[in-house]
Design a protein around this ligand. Structure first.
Ligand code: CA
Length: 538
């Protein structure tokens, strides 16, 4: 009996020893790593600097508080926890000033809130509620042109109509006549003042007369406008159409931007400025010489940008990585403190869900992670985190935030006038929020990873050239203040194996998968399912 017990004990000891051996040799995270398990321990390490993550909001279509079908500042304020829970720490508001159009890019009063959106009191409350949540607010500032219904323009036109044929503008009689570029010669980019021989510069549309930005009185107005919003707690500005300030003259555009940036910094030394210069990358990179914080990185956005090109198979994972490595140097060559502003879509582009025919969500998701894992202040357009659809005319790109399939759901807006009726491709927020594999929860995990590893937003990007292939991109991120990391991205729809032995990165810290597939890691060998992403540290 004693011998039998000893034998049983011996077997138990051996068994325990084997279990301990098996556990300790299975690799840092076990043989297979499910997203929720690996990422559960990640802690947000948000740093209060310009490398933020920004949510672009079209107030009109976001959330309605008074059931008139038009989104408003109160509605947005009610939904701040949604934005905060996703992990954003900045909001960009498309224009909020009074305007005759739904999009409000033609302003009639630069120091007020459009009545459709609310009041200055609503704005002050929004700012206060954002700041309590650690969210900064930047607003769209449209300086290239005003509305043709702006009092400056209507007074100027009224004056010009009184001028006898052949006489010149006298600013002493009407200073506003020199706020714009009136001329006796029309041509491309100019519109006629009806009933006179005069024309005015209007590069976008005759309802948007271009301002004369050389006029000191106009600059004094802009100075006051920037001061006004800064004193209301605004954290910075998104500058519209900066390459059109002086059409065809980048040097003058850069000079004017420097003045705008200095003016913003005069009122708020931490003011954050990001600019829209919709040109090729070498052209907008030059604008960093103005000293502005960020330029939108158009080269990676839209259906023809680097992200979509990679996922469509029109360029390789290696090309994608090399483009990221190159741009860091390009921007630095103009300004040492340049903060890239990567984005994937915005209000002027078809939404990402329309880029990939037949996509079941895998490419739509991966594209969003690629954007969020890019160094800089990454921007996401509202609704992309749900895979909202919208293409064709501009109104379709600015559809009601898809909170629910129920039009009577609290906060639902009715959308821009003349928007086409169309079905969304992916479910609403209400349907996605509890699905661990929804686009919404994928973006939430990607944001969690971005916020847990400050080096992802801040580090210089290098491509691990030896391990990077046409299918797998391995980005190394490093800066002076944070631990470096490697982001291993399988950008193909086949499983990929990567041996990390000859790198310094051996600790699997985070994974991102497009569905219920797992990442496997052991003996420094990473097996990534299709579109799987892993973050490793030293
Ligand atoms: Ca409303």
């Amino acid at each position: 009996m004693k011998h039998v017990l000893q034998k049983i004990l011996g077997v138990i000891v051996l068994l325990l020893a084997w279990i301990v051996y098996a556990l300790t040799n299975a690799g840092p995270s076990g043989p297979a790593s499910v997203m929720s398990d690996v990422n559960s321990g990640l802690q947000s390490a948000i740093v209060d600097d310009d490398y933020r993550t920004t949510y672009e909001v079209f107030v009109y279509s976001f959330a309605d508080s008074d059931s008139d079908g038009i989104g408003d500042l109160k509605g947005l304020t009610d939904r701040l926890d949604y934005i905060s829970d996703l992990g954003f720490n900045q909001i960009w508001l498309m224009p909020v000033c009074p305007s005759p159009t739904y999009h409000k890019y033609d302003v009639t009063d630069y120091m007020n809130i459009d009545p459709q959106y609310g009041t200055m009191e609503d704005y002050d409350r929004l700012i206060s509620e954002c700041h309590q949540r650690g969210i900064r607010v930047i607003i769209d500032l449209v300086l290239n042109h005003t509305s043709s219904q702006h009092p400056w323009f209507t007074e100027a036109v009224n004056y010009i109509r009184t001028l006898p044929v052949g006489s010149q503008i006298d600013a002493a009689e009407c200073p506003y006549a020199e706020y714009y570029n009136f001329t006796g010669n029309g041509g491309s980019g100019f519109a006629s003042v009806q009933g006179t021989g005069w024309y005015y510069e209007a590069r976008f549309w005759d309802g948007m007369p271009d301002l004369n930005l050389d006029n000191q009185a106009v600059r004094d107005e802009i100075d006051q406008i920037i001061g006004f919003w800064s004193e209301h707690g605004t954290d910075g500005f998104r500058l519209d159409a900066v390459t059109s300030y002086y059409t065809g003259n980048p040097d003058k555009n850069i000079g004017f931007l420097k003045w705008v940036n200095d003016t913003a910094n005069k009122y708020n030394p931490d003011s954050y400025i990001v600019c829209e210069g919709w040109e090729n990358q070498d052209s907008y990179a030059r604008y960093y010489a103005s000293g502005v914080d960020s330029m939108f990185d158009f080269a990676f956005a839209d259906a023809s940008g680097m992200i979509a090109k990679t996922l469509l198979g029109n360029c390789s994972a290696r090309d994608y990585g090399n483009a990221l490595e190159r741009e860091w140097q390009l921007f630095q060559s103009y300004q040492q403190t340049a903060v890239n502003a990567p984005f994937y879509t915005n209000h002027d582009m078809g939404r990402g869900a329309g880029y990939y025919a037949g996509d079941d969500g895998r490419k739509t998701k991966t594209a969003l992670a690629m954007n969020l894992f890019t160094t800089g202040n990454a921007f996401i357009y509202y609704g992309e985190e749900l895979g909202m659809k919208g293409s064709g005319k501009d109104e379709n790109k600015r559809a009601p935030m898809y909170w629910s399939t129920d039009a009577a759901y609290a906060g639902m807006t009715s959308g821009p006038p003349y928007m086409d009726a169309f079905e969304m491709k992916f479910p609403s927020y209400e349907e996605q929020k509890d699905d661990p594999y929804s686009i919404y929860n994928y973006v939430k995990q990607a944001m969690k990873i971005r916020n847990a590893f400050p080096v992802i937003a801040r580090g210089r990007t290098w491509v691990h050239q030896d391990l990077t292939t046409d299918q797998v991109c391995i980005l190394l991120k490093e800066d002076d203040e944070h631990a470096p990391c490697a982001i291993v991205m399988n950008l193909s729809d086949a499983e990929q194996t990567v041996n990390m032995s000859n790198t310094e990165f051996h600790q699997l810290k985070a994974v991102l998968t497009v569905n219920d597939t797992a990442v496997s890691y052991g003996n420094n060998t990473l097996v990534l399912p299709p579109y799987g992403i892993a973050v490793l540290t030293e």
